[in-house]
Design a protein around this ligand. Sequence first.
Ligand code: SF4
Length: 316
Amino acid sequence: MKRKIVFIKKYDYGRGVFDLGEYVISYASSCHLGCEYCYLKFAKTPKEPVIYENIEVLEKELTQLFLENKAQNFYFNLGETTDAFLSEKHIETIDKISEVISFLAEKYDKRIFLELRTKTDNILKFPSLNKRKNIFYIYAISLLPEEGITNFERNTASLEKRIESIKKAQKLSYFIGLRFEPIIVYPVLGITYEKVIKSLKGLIISYNKILEKISSILDFDLLHSISLGTLRLTKKQYKYLKEKKSKLAFFEMVLSPDKKYRYSRPIRVYIYQELIKSLKEIFGEKIVNKIYLATEFTYIWKACNLPLKSIVQLLG
Ligand code: SF4
């Protein structure tokens, strides 16, 4: 299929949200894994996954971007409009795209970060990508407690398999991006103070268990970044999920300035602060330089005592 609209877009963070400087390349659309919170179901995307073949158009857009933008580092997300490891064809296409990117990066003296975000363990079975000059490949694996996967990401890989996939990605010399997104608080039947606190403490304990497991297999030299981001929903999604009595919409959410529903500020700050504390305890103080908040407001970064930095600044 040919893509009729632009391939590359600056990520649309929304009003007031800190700009991480990421670009999205829409080389494919849609995903059959059907996570309950996925925005793609509500976006104007094809029902079945498609891959666009007119890469010559993407090449022109990249050339224009590199000519017009003086920055040296560019961060491209290849897992925003689909799952980057959804099929072997996805990986083959990414390989073709990275050949083009590498050539242009050499020509225009650019350094490129390619994020391949996934909730699968398909890296274990698909052939590896050719690693090309001027490109840092980031295997960005989404992580959440097994209970969350069973409830909201039914067709994806289990937590255990995702952790296994990190080992494989390291063997294949990918940089690793740990993506704790979305962090979901559930189920809370009634919003009494005690229930909120109990639920949040339980949540932190389950994330700490994940962090412990990862620390035993992670090659720190290959760690690119760690993102933290609590669940956010568009108005349409929130209304739909409320009506369906989804566990996703049990917990109180409030409308933010970017027109997305999120947990209230104190809840988000508590979750982030606790997870940052755990990350520091497990990986050491320096880990803070690798952590960023996904689509959060500047005041939340400040409340969490995190230095504001774009995603391209993370590798140094
Ligand atoms: S794996 Fe990603 S793209 Fe696919 S349904 Fe889940 S959230 Fe959406």
